[in-house]
Design a protein around this ligand. Sequence first.
Ligand code: ATP
Ligand code: SF4
Ligand code: MG
Length: 400
Amino acid sequence: MSHTVDAPRRGASSDVLGSGKVWQPKDGLLLEVDDLYVEFRTREGVAEAINGVSFELRSGETLAILGESGSGKSVTAQAVMGILDSPPGFVSGGEIRYCGENMLTMSEEHRRQIRGPEISMVFQDALSSLNPVFTVGWQIGEMFRKHRGMNKSDAQEQAIKLMERVQIPGARQRVKAYPHQFSGGMRQRIMIAMAIALDPAVLIADEPTTALDVTVQAQIMDLLKELQDERKMGLILITHDLGVVADVADRIAVMYAGRIVEHADVYDLYANPAHPYSKGLLDSIPRLDQKGQELAAIGGLPPNLMRIPAGCAFNPRCSYAVDVCRVDPPPALREVGHHRRSACHFSELLLTHSPELEVTQPPDEVEAAVAHGGAVPEPSNSELGTGPGPGSDGREGTNA
Ligand SMILES: Nc1ncnc2c1ncn2[C@@H]1O[C@H](COP(=O)(O)OP(=O)(O)OP(=O)(O)O)[C@@H](O)[C@H]1O
Ligand code: SF4
Ligand SMILES: [Mg+2]
């Protein structure tokens, strides 16, 4: 297998537009998303899609962004790439820094220098992302023609090398084939080839395996991991499936209603989640270390982002919700242990499996309430204590 795609090294690849700008990470820090807010201003109202998201990405690191549908994973990626559907989408606050510079305020020329050559993206649906009327070789080669000024035959040679690198059998014979002549898994490999063509420092893969069967999913994940190791890329892996990223990610950011609710090393989160939502996601996937245990789904549905519940956005579905969760402002993401942050008033109790943390609304109750079109039942006063505010719920207040 050829591993010799002629990709220039970091720094040299950065000046593709000839503006003299060279992007170099400081101490390996590539990307910083800092208190990002995104909203969609539609006729029906304003959807608060991203509400204060912050994270960092270093060279060679894999961050998984996990959450149910509508939690804001793709919008986060689109904001980073600068490809938000705008209008109606607007960044209403925060910074996105690449190599220390805020991409939201830099010139469009510098932004173009980053999008593609520095940060590139693999989308979920390869078929609609590839152009059906051009051969795959032409589409991969375009990266080299457009950004590196290569002639047609050199660009095609590079395309063949990349197709070989992403393990497409018979690459030289198939370079002139069209997207529909490939299987779903092979098309996703072609998308990956295009995304890595310019040797980006950051690769964002948005649900790269969702449409594929389980075996092909695993192969694509292995390929992404291999490429990352080889090229020392920072990888952001977006998924709603915790099982898919367990072996690949270093860290996980769990998103709910446009916020990161837990941020932890992957092993720590698996072993002992600090947020009830992460725990709910974990409890709903089969695990080898908990054989025979019944799987529990999270009751209810994520909120409409035009009407995010007051207090902690997860409170209508949370097994442990009490009055303070409905009354106090949303809990901030705060340190709750080594390398881990969580946005729940009661993370410490959850982490220590404290008996003080009582189940107030089991998932089936939540489900039943939603099925009957009514609100989730309010817990009784004896469960809540007597008044709002930390400590009034009969637990040790750990409010941030
Ligand atoms: N083009 C748009 N117009 C209006 N609202 C939008 C648009 N794109 C996203 N949104 C809003 O942002 C929310 C988050 O969308 P996003 O695509 O980030 O979800 P996601 O977490 O990627 O979900 P999925 O797992 O289904 O891909 C949506 O629920 C919607 O309210
Ligand atoms: S703050 Fe309350 S509602 Fe939110 S996750 Fe924690 S216990 Fe559940
Ligand atoms: Mg998405």
